[in-house]
Design a protein around this ligand. Structure first.
Ligand SMILES: [Zn+2]
Length: 292
């Protein structure tokens, strides 16, 4: 977003959030060995991804969101347009020929911050609910990171965000995701040399890879899923309409031709009001049609 807009928001924000938005990394370096690109991949399960998903992979450690996850996070943010909301990212770390990757399989919604422009925190009650959800719904998955929203002030990690990242999500493979539901921007941060660095992420468009039904039954159906359903119905309607139109045109042409051929319409009356050269041309066509 533009500098003007940034300045406008900066005035409204609490001091902790008044950080340069373009800052790519955390200000405080932590343990430099905390690095997603340099983690031990020996123990990771090998799971190749479809070629379409991996197109555009530019990173060794790649973050991939399952179908509908980003839309659900955006919906969660839009449900609280002023105060930040947070949650955790659920998934697993796998590897393929290009290296390790983090596959985000689902998200668990946390609670909203209290008050306008207040920053999110993970309270002990939030953690209790998250751990309950992990045990019952995702026993084979890990908490691979967390997400929160910055309504209208862009993608970066504030001092408070970095504190959360360092204290609760400090495994080299754990990521932080920030979504701006007002401006539409979003970005993921990964550990690199002990710093939280913004990285490009990918979206897996293959629905068979994600557990959308589970998510939909527990949380509101994502906007993207709703749009896809409407789109499918529209496509069917469009196809039906095209066939109907074609049938109607052919039927009317046959009817008009039949009426003229059997002299049911007063052709002489019509021909008396149209230009003379048209009549000449029509006579020629009729003569040709009758094979004279
Ligand atoms: Zn933040």
């Amino acid at each position: 977003m533009g500098v003007k807009k940034l300045k406008k928001h900066a005035r409204e924000l609490p001091s902790e959030e008044r950080a340069p938005v373009a800052r790519p990394a955390s200000a405080r370096p932590t343990d430099p060995r905390r690095d997603a690109d340099r983690m031990n991949v020996q123990d990771l399960a090998v799971r190749p991804l479809p070629r379409e998903t991996m197109m555009g992979r530019a990173n060794k450690f790649q973050v991939i969101f399952g179908d509908g996850i980003l839309e659900d996070i955006r919906d969660h943010g839009l449900s609280s347009p002023e105060a930040e909301v947070c949650g955790v990212l659920v998934g697993n770390i796998y590897r393929d020929n290009s290296g390790p990757y983090c596959y985000v399989h689902a998200n668990i919604r946390g609670e909203a911050a209290r008050g306008r422009n207040a920053q999110v925190t993970f309270t002990s009650e939030t953690w209790t609910l998250i751990h309950q959800a992990m045990d019952t719904r995702y026993p084979d998955h890990k908490i691979v990171g967390w997400y929160h929203t910055h309504p209208g002030f862009g993608i970066f990690l504030s001092e408070m965000d970095l504190f959360i990242q360092e204290n609760f999500f400090n495994e080299p493979w754990q990521v932080a995701f920030v979504d701006d539901p007002k401006d539409g921007d979003r970005g993921v941060f990964i550990w690199q040399n002990g710093l939280a660095v913004r990285r490009q992420h990918l979206v897996d468009a293959d629905p068979s890879k994600t557990d959308n039904r589970t998510i939909a039954s527990l949380d509101p159906i994502s906007a993207a899923a709703r749009i896809r359903t409407i789109q499918r119905k529209l496509d069917v309607q469009k196809k039906k309409f095209r066939w109907f139109l074609l049938f109607a045109i052919v039927w009317h042409l046959a009817l008009i031709a039949g009426l003229i051929w059997t002299d049911k319409v007063p052709v002489a009356k019509i021909r008396s009001v149209i230009p003379a050269e048209w009549n000449t041309r029509i006579d020629a066509w009729i003569a040709r049609a009758k094979g004279q």
